[in-house]
Write a protein that binds this ligand. Structure first.
Ligand SMILES: *Cc1c(COP(=O)(O)O)cnc(C)c1O
Length: 417
Protein backbone atom coordinates (compact mmCIF):
# COMPACT_ATOMS: atom_id res chain seq x y z
CA UNK A 1 0.00 0.00 0.00
CA UNK A 2 1.27 3.42 -0.88
CA UNK A 3 2.47 5.36 2.09
CA UNK A 4 0.43 8.56 1.95
CA UNK A 5 2.45 10.20 4.70
CA UNK A 6 4.26 12.07 1.92
CA UNK A 7 1.21 13.41 0.12
CA UNK A 8 0.95 17.24 0.26
CA UNK A 9 -1.81 18.95 2.25
CA UNK A 10 -3.43 20.33 -0.90
CA UNK A 11 -4.22 16.74 -1.93
CA UNK A 12 -4.94 15.19 1.46
CA UNK A 13 -7.29 17.91 2.67
CA UNK A 14 -8.26 20.56 0.11
CA UNK A 15 -10.68 22.17 2.59
CA UNK A 16 -8.03 22.93 5.20
CA UNK A 17 -5.53 23.81 2.48
CA UNK A 18 -7.94 26.39 1.12
CA UNK A 19 -8.49 27.84 4.60
CA UNK A 20 -4.71 28.25 5.05
CA UNK A 21 -4.50 30.00 1.71
CA UNK A 22 -7.34 32.36 2.54
CA UNK A 23 -5.89 33.16 5.97
CA UNK A 24 -2.50 33.82 4.36
CA UNK A 25 -4.20 36.25 1.99
CA UNK A 26 -6.14 37.90 4.82
CA UNK A 27 -2.95 38.47 6.82
CA UNK A 28 -1.34 40.11 3.80
CA UNK A 29 -4.31 42.18 2.72
CA UNK A 30 -5.76 43.44 5.98
CA UNK A 31 -3.78 45.70 8.26
CA UNK A 32 -3.54 43.93 11.60
CA UNK A 33 -3.27 46.39 14.44
CA UNK A 34 -4.13 44.15 17.32
CA UNK A 35 -1.62 44.82 20.10
CA UNK A 36 -1.20 41.13 20.92
CA UNK A 37 -0.41 39.72 17.50
CA UNK A 38 2.61 39.63 15.24
CA UNK A 39 4.06 37.83 12.21
CA UNK A 40 6.84 35.33 12.84
CA UNK A 41 9.76 34.66 10.56
CA UNK A 42 9.87 31.97 7.93
CA UNK A 43 12.72 30.42 9.94
CA UNK A 44 10.41 29.97 12.92
CA UNK A 45 7.59 28.68 10.75
CA UNK A 46 10.00 26.01 9.49
CA UNK A 47 10.98 24.98 13.01
CA UNK A 48 7.33 24.84 14.08
CA UNK A 49 6.24 22.82 11.09
CA UNK A 50 8.96 20.24 11.68
CA UNK A 51 9.28 16.57 12.68
CA UNK A 52 10.02 17.65 16.24
CA UNK A 53 6.26 17.51 16.72
CA UNK A 54 6.53 13.71 16.54
CA UNK A 55 8.64 13.41 19.66
CA UNK A 56 7.45 12.78 23.19
CA UNK A 57 9.88 14.25 25.70
CA UNK A 58 8.23 14.38 29.14
CA UNK A 59 10.74 15.72 31.62
CA UNK A 60 13.66 18.08 31.04
CA UNK A 61 16.89 17.93 29.03
CA UNK A 62 18.99 15.01 30.31
CA UNK A 63 16.12 13.74 32.51
CA UNK A 64 13.44 12.46 30.17
CA UNK A 65 10.88 9.72 30.53
CA UNK A 66 11.34 8.76 26.86
CA UNK A 67 14.28 7.44 24.88
CA UNK A 68 15.57 9.06 21.71
CA UNK A 69 15.64 12.58 23.10
CA UNK A 70 19.25 13.38 22.27
CA UNK A 71 18.43 16.01 19.64
CA UNK A 72 15.35 17.32 21.40
CA UNK A 73 17.53 17.85 24.48
CA UNK A 74 19.92 19.96 22.45
CA UNK A 75 17.09 22.12 21.10
CA UNK A 76 15.45 22.65 24.49
CA UNK A 77 18.79 23.37 26.19
CA UNK A 78 19.53 25.99 23.55
CA UNK A 79 16.12 27.59 24.10
CA UNK A 80 16.70 27.70 27.88
CA UNK A 81 20.23 29.06 27.56
CA UNK A 82 19.18 31.73 25.09
CA UNK A 83 16.17 32.81 27.17
CA UNK A 84 18.40 33.26 30.23
CA UNK A 85 20.95 35.19 28.21
CA UNK A 86 18.38 37.39 26.49
CA UNK A 87 16.79 38.51 29.75
CA UNK A 88 19.65 38.08 32.20
CA UNK A 89 17.59 35.55 34.15
CA UNK A 90 18.88 32.86 36.55
CA UNK A 91 16.56 30.18 35.24
CA UNK A 92 14.12 29.62 32.38
CA UNK A 93 11.38 27.08 31.74
CA UNK A 94 10.42 27.11 28.06
CA UNK A 95 7.72 24.43 28.19
CA UNK A 96 4.49 26.31 29.02
CA UNK A 97 2.06 25.85 26.14
CA UNK A 98 0.80 29.43 26.43
CA UNK A 99 0.84 32.50 28.63
CA UNK A 100 -2.09 31.29 30.71
CA UNK A 101 -0.34 27.98 31.39
CA UNK A 102 2.82 29.86 32.40
CA UNK A 103 0.81 31.88 34.92
CA UNK A 104 -0.97 28.80 36.20
CA UNK A 105 2.35 27.04 36.76
CA UNK A 106 3.84 30.06 38.49
CA UNK A 107 0.89 30.31 40.90
CA UNK A 108 0.89 26.55 41.44
CA UNK A 109 4.60 26.68 42.31
CA UNK A 110 4.27 29.24 45.08
CA UNK A 111 0.64 29.34 46.27
CA UNK A 112 -1.80 26.96 47.90
CA UNK A 113 -5.50 27.10 47.06
CA UNK A 114 -7.11 29.84 49.12
CA UNK A 115 -3.95 31.97 49.27
CA UNK A 116 -4.29 35.66 48.56
CA UNK A 117 -2.59 37.38 45.64
CA UNK A 118 -2.81 40.88 44.22
CA UNK A 119 -3.06 41.85 40.58
CA UNK A 120 -4.53 44.42 38.25
CA UNK A 121 -8.24 43.87 37.62
CA UNK A 122 -9.39 42.79 34.19
CA UNK A 123 -11.60 45.81 33.63
CA UNK A 124 -8.63 48.13 34.25
CA UNK A 125 -6.12 46.30 32.08
CA UNK A 126 -5.29 42.96 33.73
CA UNK A 127 -5.68 39.50 32.19
CA UNK A 128 -8.26 36.80 32.93
CA UNK A 129 -5.52 34.78 34.65
CA UNK A 130 -4.95 37.69 37.04
CA UNK A 131 -7.73 36.53 39.34
CA UNK A 132 -10.92 37.04 37.35
CA UNK A 133 -13.86 35.15 38.81
CA UNK A 134 -14.56 33.17 35.63
CA UNK A 135 -10.94 31.95 35.56
CA UNK A 136 -9.14 29.29 37.68
CA UNK A 137 -7.04 32.11 39.14
CA UNK A 138 -10.08 33.75 40.66
CA UNK A 139 -11.72 30.56 41.90
CA UNK A 140 -8.67 28.76 43.34
CA UNK A 141 -7.09 31.81 44.92
CA UNK A 142 -8.31 34.86 46.73
CA UNK A 143 -7.60 37.72 44.31
CA UNK A 144 -7.34 41.30 45.52
CA UNK A 145 -7.35 43.80 42.68
CA UNK A 146 -5.68 47.15 42.22
CA UNK A 147 -6.38 49.52 39.36
CA UNK A 148 -5.69 52.93 37.92
CA UNK A 149 -6.39 56.37 39.29
CA UNK A 150 -9.64 57.81 37.91
CA UNK A 151 -8.01 61.12 36.95
CA UNK A 152 -4.59 60.12 35.61
CA UNK A 153 -5.56 56.59 34.44
CA UNK A 154 -2.14 55.48 35.69
CA UNK A 155 -1.69 52.80 38.40
CA UNK A 156 -2.34 54.26 41.82
CA UNK A 157 0.76 53.09 43.74
CA UNK A 158 -0.51 54.39 47.05
CA UNK A 159 -3.59 52.23 46.63
CA UNK A 160 -1.34 49.25 45.78
CA UNK A 161 0.57 49.80 49.01
CA UNK A 162 -2.59 50.23 51.08
CA UNK A 163 -4.16 47.06 49.62
CA UNK A 164 -0.96 45.07 50.17
CA UNK A 165 -0.75 46.08 53.81
CA UNK A 166 -4.41 45.31 54.31
CA UNK A 167 -4.50 41.92 52.55
CA UNK A 168 -0.92 40.64 53.19
CA UNK A 169 -0.82 38.73 49.86
CA UNK A 170 1.43 35.73 49.25
CA UNK A 171 2.19 37.13 45.81
CA UNK A 172 1.95 40.49 44.08
CA UNK A 173 1.53 40.36 40.32
CA UNK A 174 2.50 43.16 37.96
CA UNK A 175 1.97 43.28 34.21
CA UNK A 176 -1.18 43.65 32.12
CA UNK A 177 -2.93 43.11 28.85
CA UNK A 178 -4.00 46.67 28.26
CA UNK A 179 -1.75 49.15 29.98
CA UNK A 180 0.06 51.74 27.87
CA UNK A 181 2.35 53.04 30.61
CA UNK A 182 5.55 51.96 32.40
CA UNK A 183 5.57 49.95 35.64
CA UNK A 184 7.23 51.20 38.80
CA UNK A 185 8.85 47.86 39.68
CA UNK A 186 11.15 49.47 42.21
CA UNK A 187 8.17 50.64 44.24
CA UNK A 188 6.38 47.31 43.77
CA UNK A 189 9.51 45.53 45.08
CA UNK A 190 9.59 47.77 48.14
CA UNK A 191 5.90 47.06 48.80
CA UNK A 192 6.39 43.30 48.32
CA UNK A 193 9.33 43.33 50.74
CA UNK A 194 7.35 45.31 53.27
CA UNK A 195 4.54 42.72 53.36
CA UNK A 196 6.70 39.64 52.70
CA UNK A 197 5.19 38.85 49.27
CA UNK A 198 6.71 37.22 46.23
CA UNK A 199 6.91 39.71 43.36
CA UNK A 200 5.93 38.47 39.93
CA UNK A 201 5.60 40.10 36.53
CA UNK A 202 3.49 38.84 33.66
CA UNK A 203 5.33 40.62 30.83
CA UNK A 204 3.28 38.91 28.10
CA UNK A 205 2.65 42.07 26.13
CA UNK A 206 5.99 43.80 26.52
CA UNK A 207 8.40 40.83 26.39
CA UNK A 208 9.82 41.88 23.02
CA UNK A 209 10.37 45.48 24.04
CA UNK A 210 12.15 44.28 27.18
CA UNK A 211 14.31 41.79 25.26
CA UNK A 212 15.51 44.64 23.07
CA UNK A 213 16.10 47.03 25.95
CA UNK A 214 13.58 49.61 24.75
CA UNK A 215 11.47 49.14 27.90
CA UNK A 216 12.69 48.76 31.51
CA UNK A 217 13.09 45.14 32.63
CA UNK A 218 11.27 43.55 35.57
CA UNK A 219 13.98 40.87 35.93
CA UNK A 220 16.12 42.77 38.48
CA UNK A 221 13.09 43.29 40.73
CA UNK A 222 10.89 40.21 40.37
CA UNK A 223 11.16 36.66 41.71
CA UNK A 224 9.16 35.25 38.81
CA UNK A 225 8.53 36.63 35.32
CA UNK A 226 6.15 34.95 32.87
CA UNK A 227 5.59 35.81 29.23
CA UNK A 228 3.87 34.81 26.05
CA UNK A 229 6.31 34.34 23.20
CA UNK A 230 3.91 35.33 20.41
CA UNK A 231 3.12 38.98 21.12
CA UNK A 232 5.76 41.72 20.83
CA UNK A 233 8.47 39.09 21.28
CA UNK A 234 7.58 37.85 17.77
CA UNK A 235 7.99 34.16 18.46
CA UNK A 236 5.79 31.08 18.17
CA UNK A 237 2.51 30.80 20.10
CA UNK A 238 3.56 29.77 23.60
CA UNK A 239 4.77 30.80 27.04
CA UNK A 240 7.92 30.93 29.16
CA UNK A 241 8.72 31.35 32.84
CA UNK A 242 11.87 33.03 34.12
CA UNK A 243 12.73 32.94 37.80
CA UNK A 244 15.35 33.39 40.44
CA UNK A 245 17.51 30.40 41.26
CA UNK A 246 15.80 29.69 44.58
CA UNK A 247 12.50 28.99 42.77
CA UNK A 248 13.92 27.04 39.81
CA UNK A 249 13.04 23.55 41.07
CA UNK A 250 9.55 24.57 42.21
CA UNK A 251 8.77 26.20 38.87
CA UNK A 252 10.04 23.22 36.87
CA UNK A 253 8.06 20.78 39.00
CA UNK A 254 4.93 22.91 38.66
CA UNK A 255 5.11 22.82 34.84
CA UNK A 256 5.98 19.12 34.69
CA UNK A 257 4.71 16.91 36.23
CA UNK A 258 2.48 19.44 37.98
CA UNK A 259 0.40 20.68 35.07
CA UNK A 260 1.55 19.62 31.63
CA UNK A 261 2.46 16.38 29.92
CA UNK A 262 4.75 16.20 26.92
CA UNK A 263 6.28 19.51 25.87
CA UNK A 264 5.72 20.90 22.35
CA UNK A 265 9.29 20.46 21.17
CA UNK A 266 8.63 21.87 17.69
CA UNK A 267 7.39 25.06 19.34
CA UNK A 268 10.32 25.04 21.76
CA UNK A 269 12.70 24.86 18.78
CA UNK A 270 10.90 27.86 17.27
CA UNK A 271 11.24 29.66 20.63
CA UNK A 272 15.00 29.03 20.44
CA UNK A 273 15.06 30.55 16.95
CA UNK A 274 13.03 33.53 18.21
CA UNK A 275 15.49 34.15 21.07
CA UNK A 276 18.37 34.00 18.63
CA UNK A 277 16.68 36.51 16.35
CA UNK A 278 16.04 38.71 19.40
CA UNK A 279 19.77 39.02 20.08
CA UNK A 280 20.45 40.66 16.73
CA UNK A 281 20.84 44.38 16.15
CA UNK A 282 18.06 44.45 13.58
CA UNK A 283 15.65 43.09 16.19
CA UNK A 284 16.59 45.93 18.53
CA UNK A 285 15.95 48.35 15.67
CA UNK A 286 12.58 46.71 15.10
CA UNK A 287 11.50 47.08 18.72
CA UNK A 288 12.72 50.68 18.81
CA UNK A 289 10.57 51.34 15.77
CA UNK A 290 7.56 49.63 17.41
CA UNK A 291 7.71 52.21 20.20
CA UNK A 292 8.38 55.13 17.84
CA UNK A 293 5.48 54.03 15.68
CA UNK A 294 3.18 53.79 18.69
CA UNK A 295 4.07 57.36 19.67
CA UNK A 296 3.52 58.60 16.12
CA UNK A 297 0.20 56.79 15.81
CA UNK A 298 -0.94 58.07 19.20
CA UNK A 299 -0.13 61.64 18.18
CA UNK A 300 -2.01 61.26 14.88
CA UNK A 301 -5.05 59.79 16.61
CA UNK A 302 -5.14 62.56 19.19
CA UNK A 303 -4.83 65.12 16.43
CA UNK A 304 -7.82 63.43 14.82
CA UNK A 305 -9.90 63.86 17.98
CA UNK A 306 -9.56 60.40 19.52
CA UNK A 307 -9.09 60.41 23.30
CA UNK A 308 -6.28 58.15 24.52
CA UNK A 309 -6.55 56.60 27.97
CA UNK A 310 -3.79 58.07 30.19
CA UNK A 311 -3.07 60.56 27.42
CA UNK A 312 -0.69 58.46 25.36
CA UNK A 313 1.67 55.49 25.38
CA UNK A 314 5.13 54.41 26.55
CA UNK A 315 5.04 51.02 24.84
CA UNK A 316 3.58 49.32 21.77
CA UNK A 317 -0.12 49.90 22.44
CA UNK A 318 -2.73 52.53 23.09
CA UNK A 319 -6.27 52.40 24.37
CA UNK A 320 -8.66 54.70 22.52
CA UNK A 321 -11.75 55.93 24.32
CA UNK A 322 -14.36 56.29 21.57
CA UNK A 323 -17.21 57.61 23.74
CA UNK A 324 -16.52 61.26 22.76
CA UNK A 325 -17.17 60.19 19.14
CA UNK A 326 -20.61 58.90 20.09
CA UNK A 327 -19.87 55.24 19.28
CA UNK A 328 -19.07 52.09 21.27
CA UNK A 329 -15.92 49.98 21.14
CA UNK A 330 -17.84 47.24 19.33
CA UNK A 331 -18.95 49.72 16.66
CA UNK A 332 -15.43 51.11 16.34
CA UNK A 333 -14.06 47.61 15.78
CA UNK A 334 -16.67 47.02 13.05
CA UNK A 335 -16.08 50.40 11.38
CA UNK A 336 -12.34 49.77 11.20
CA UNK A 337 -12.84 46.21 9.97
CA UNK A 338 -14.92 47.72 7.16
CA UNK A 339 -11.86 49.68 5.99
CA UNK A 340 -9.63 46.59 6.38
CA UNK A 341 -8.01 47.49 9.69
CA UNK A 342 -8.26 44.78 12.35
CA UNK A 343 -8.27 45.90 15.99
CA UNK A 344 -10.13 44.72 19.07
CA UNK A 345 -12.71 46.41 21.20
CA UNK A 346 -11.72 46.83 24.80
CA UNK A 347 -13.12 48.24 28.00
CA UNK A 348 -11.65 51.49 29.24
CA UNK A 349 -11.07 52.04 32.98
CA UNK A 350 -14.40 52.60 34.78
CA UNK A 351 -16.25 51.62 31.61
CA UNK A 352 -20.03 51.90 31.68
CA UNK A 353 -20.44 49.32 28.91
CA UNK A 354 -20.22 45.54 29.31
CA UNK A 355 -17.04 43.84 27.95
CA UNK A 356 -18.87 42.58 24.83
CA UNK A 357 -19.78 46.16 23.87
CA UNK A 358 -16.99 48.24 25.53
CA UNK A 359 -16.14 51.91 25.13
CA UNK A 360 -12.72 51.56 23.61
CA UNK A 361 -10.46 49.90 21.10
CA UNK A 362 -6.94 48.71 21.76
CA UNK A 363 -4.48 49.42 18.97
CA UNK A 364 -0.88 48.23 18.72
CA UNK A 365 2.06 48.67 16.35
CA UNK A 366 3.96 45.31 16.44
CA UNK A 367 2.39 43.96 13.22
CA UNK A 368 2.63 47.08 11.08
CA UNK A 369 6.23 47.56 12.21
CA UNK A 370 7.10 43.99 11.21
CA UNK A 371 5.72 44.91 7.78
CA UNK A 372 8.25 47.74 7.62
CA UNK A 373 6.00 50.72 8.24
CA UNK A 374 7.42 53.79 9.92
CA UNK A 375 6.23 57.14 11.34
CA UNK A 376 5.05 58.40 7.95
CA UNK A 377 2.65 55.47 7.55
CA UNK A 378 1.50 55.82 11.18
CA UNK A 379 0.42 59.36 10.39
CA UNK A 380 -1.65 58.08 7.47
CA UNK A 381 -3.17 55.28 9.57
CA UNK A 382 -3.95 57.67 12.43
CA UNK A 383 -5.74 60.02 10.02
CA UNK A 384 -7.63 57.21 8.32
CA UNK A 385 -8.72 55.64 11.63
CA UNK A 386 -9.90 58.90 13.18
CA UNK A 387 -11.78 60.06 10.06
CA UNK A 388 -13.49 56.68 9.67
CA UNK A 389 -14.55 56.61 13.32
CA UNK A 390 -15.96 60.11 13.05
CA UNK A 391 -17.65 59.85 9.64
CA UNK A 392 -18.43 56.19 9.17
CA UNK A 393 -21.82 56.98 7.67
CA UNK A 394 -20.26 58.83 4.72
CA UNK A 395 -19.83 56.13 2.07
CA UNK A 396 -17.41 58.09 -0.14
CA UNK A 397 -15.14 58.86 2.78
CA UNK A 398 -15.14 55.22 3.88
CA UNK A 399 -14.18 54.21 0.33
CA UNK A 400 -11.27 56.65 0.34
CA UNK A 401 -10.12 55.36 3.74
CA UNK A 402 -10.30 51.76 2.55
CA UNK A 403 -8.30 52.46 -0.58
CA UNK A 404 -5.60 54.20 1.47
CA UNK A 405 -5.40 51.16 3.76
CA UNK A 406 -5.29 48.76 0.82
CA UNK A 407 -2.51 50.79 -0.79
CA UNK A 408 -0.45 50.57 2.41
CA UNK A 409 -1.04 46.83 2.68
CA UNK A 410 0.09 46.41 -0.92
CA UNK A 411 3.17 48.51 -0.39
CA UNK A 412 4.17 46.57 2.75
CA UNK A 413 3.57 42.87 2.15
CA UNK A 414 4.09 40.40 5.01
CA UNK A 415 5.31 37.14 3.53
CA UNK A 416 6.69 37.10 0.04
CA UNK A 417 5.74 33.53 -0.82
C1 LIG B 1 -1.98 37.33 26.38
C2 LIG B 1 -1.77 37.34 27.83
C3 LIG B 1 -1.77 36.16 28.57
C4 LIG B 1 -2.23 34.83 28.03
O1 LIG B 1 -1.61 34.31 26.99
P1 LIG B 1 -2.24 33.07 26.19
O2 LIG B 1 -1.07 32.59 25.43
O3 LIG B 1 -3.34 33.60 25.38
O4 LIG B 1 -2.70 32.07 27.21
C5 LIG B 1 -1.47 36.23 29.91
N1 LIG B 1 -1.18 37.40 30.49
C6 LIG B 1 -1.19 38.55 29.82
C7 LIG B 1 -0.87 39.82 30.54
C8 LIG B 1 -1.50 38.57 28.47
O5 LIG B 1 -1.55 39.73 27.81
Amino acid sequence: MANDINTPLSQVDPEIFSILQREFKRQNEKIMMSASENYISRAQLEAQGSVLTNKYAEGYSGKRYYGGCEFIDEAESLAVKRACELYGADHANVQPHCGSAANMAAYYAVMKPGDTFMAMSLDQGGHLTHGHKVNFSGSLYNAVHYGVDRETEVIDMDEVERLAEESRPRLILTGATVYPRLWDWERFRAIADKVGAILMCDMAHIAGLIAAGVHPSPIPYCDIVTATTHKTLRGPRGGIILCREYLAKDIDRAVFPGLQGGPLEHIIAAKAVCFREAMEDKYKEYQKQVVKNAKALAAALEKGGVRLVSGGTDNHLMLCDVTPLGITGKQAQEILNDINIVVNKNQIPFDKEKPFISSGVRIGTPCVTTRGMKEKEMKVLGEVISSALKQYTVVDLMNICRSKVDALAGEFPVYTE
